[in-house]
Design a protein around this ligand. Sequence first.
Ligand SMILES: C[S@@+](CC[C@H](N)C(=O)[O-])C[C@H]1O[C@@H](n2cnc3c(N)ncnc32)[C@H](O)[C@@H]1O
Length: 383
Amino acid sequence: MNPAALILTCLVLAHGQHTDAFANPRSPLFGHGHGVCPPSSRENMPSTCSYTSPSTPTSSTSIPRASSSSSTPASPAPRKGFLGLLDKVNPLKFREFGVGNELKDGIAAFYDESTGIWEEVWGDHLHHGYYYTGKEKDHQKAQLDMIEESLRFSGIGVAEESEIKRVVDVGCGIGGSSRYLARKFGAQVRGITLSPFQCRRAQALTHKSGLEDSAKFEVADALAMPFSEQSFDLVWSMESGEHMPDKRRFLKELVRVAAPGGRVIIVTWCHRNLKPGERLTRFERGLLKLINSIYFLPPWVSMDAYVALAQEEGLTEVKTADWTRQVKPFWPAVLRSCLNLKSIKVLLTSSTVRRGALAILYMMLGYSTGLIRFGVITGRKPK
Ligand SMILES: C[S@@+](CC[C@H](N)C(=O)[O-])C[C@H]1O[C@@H](n2cnc3c(N)ncnc32)[C@H](O)[C@@H]1O
């Protein structure tokens, strides 16, 4: 084994030692009611992209406004021996995120810092491409194909297009999907993100493309959306679900804002499905923790878990597909794009971007070992 692979494996195994949310049936991943965007993260937001609080009080299913201290899990005690030494020399300052405000502030800061360079190199979609043959060279086109394939998978063909008049883009980035869907359907689109930077960029790009009357953006939490129930014919979540610390709450919100007969589409990173009683291996848990600490992700779930939640929250016609093969060329392409001059300049100056680049290798390792699966889950709210 070469030294780099050895170090990588040591770090992964060391992190597999930490406790695992999946081992705990009371894990907040499947629970209800966790924190909303904390005042600290909203204070400095510009008025046009300031935090929007939910319009609908959520009474029994409400999200308590937990203080950081109560909602953020205490740091684990320092470890001894070899593992403690690894922690000390670890240049990445690994963190595990629970359900608290620290996660949301981290997500906002991560995208505030890294979206600019992503946009310069990749354009306005922050998501995987869909590759039919694996040989395609036009990655931006592959990203648009991802949107088209997701719509097709959910059953939206030409005949259904006129049904889609109101869309919510949950975790909208800089509004790539929002503008695409606004144009395609002639729909009114509302986009939400945790990142004020993304919100401002989404507004600017939308203005530039003349769609400002069709697509509007705000900083808001997907787990407590500022929209009334039954507001949207299409509820769209493109690669934001992996950031959600409470998957049940997430599904509940998506279903709440969907109109009767409305469609919900979730495209997201999952871990492999597990057999009854099986858990991820220590290596797999360690690898995911490394990725989580860099990309500000809470513990992952499988596609099976998403399907179960979608059904439990009342969606019908629930369907899922594993598109891991179809996205395979994406991360190697992202890795190559780091070698572009602009990227290298930013890599040298931003530790967040440097860490993000390192995580590309972890993502590739996750895909190649079968741990990471790329999933689409769709369903309809009953009429
Ligand atoms: C990988 S980006 C995807 C952006 C966009 N969907 C796209 O495909 O270009 C993840 C997005 O999820 C958003 N996000 C993560 N957690 C969120 C939350 N709790 N509420 C709202 N947005 C969230 C981030 O702010 C970011 O915009």
